[in-house]
Design a protein around this ligand. Structure first.
Ligand SMILES: CC(C)(COP(=O)(O)OP(=O)(O)OC[C@H]1O[C@@H](n2cnc3c(N)ncnc32)[C@H](O)[C@@H]1OP(=O)(O)O)[C@@H](O)C(=O)NCCC(=O)NCCS
Length: 129
């Protein structure tokens, strides 16, 4: 089950491998959680800024990966959007499963930010809506 809610923030913080995303205090932020019997298996944090959507982070518990939970979270987001221009995100070039998933969802590479992440290139991707 996927729910749009802030109420699992503590569970999300605990399972996430990226803690810096929780220091943003963005007024535009939204969270989708993937739940199984009340347990958070994955989450998607994104900003909606007027007609633009930016994916901040998507995460699935290690033991639950490659079971299409990431796909379902992204699909749920895409299907919920109305009158939006595009969705953008940035991904490290050495993250093949994430890049594969984004390309499968129709995202295209639009720019490379060289050495953006401590020497690792960041790839900017966009899905036009
Ligand atoms: C990226 C992430 C959210 C994907 O979640 P997931 O639930 O495993 O995603 P899915 O199962 O829907 O899709 C994963 C796809 O990658 C594929 N994949 C797995 N390893 C791969 C690899 N080394 N190279 C290419 N594709 C790969 C899977 O086969 C699957 O594709 P398919 O459905 O066409 O077979 C998850 O790996 C994760 O939490 N990673 C750590 C956090 C992260 O890196 N987030 C992205 C930040 S930009």
């Amino acid at each position: 089950m996927i729910e749009k809610t802030d109420k699992y923030i503590n569970e999300i913080k605990e399972i996430s491998d990226n803690k810096s995303i929780f220091d943003r205090n963005s007024p535009f932020e939204n969270t989708l959680v993937y739940l199984d019997k009340g347990n958070v298996l994955g989450f998607l944090i994104y900003d909606v800024i007027y007609e633009k959507v930016e994916i901040i982070y998507i995460f699935v518990r290690k033991e639950c990966r490659n079971m299409h939970i990431g796909y379902k979270l992204l699909n749920n987001l895409i299907n919920s959007l109305k009158d939006m221009e595009n969705i953008t995100l940035e991904v490290r070039c050495n993250n093949p499963s994430a890049i594969h998933l984004y390309e499968k969802m129709g995202f295209k590479k639009v720019a490379t930010r060289e050495k953006y992440y401590c020497g690792i290139d960041g790839i900017l991707m966009e899905k036009k809506l």
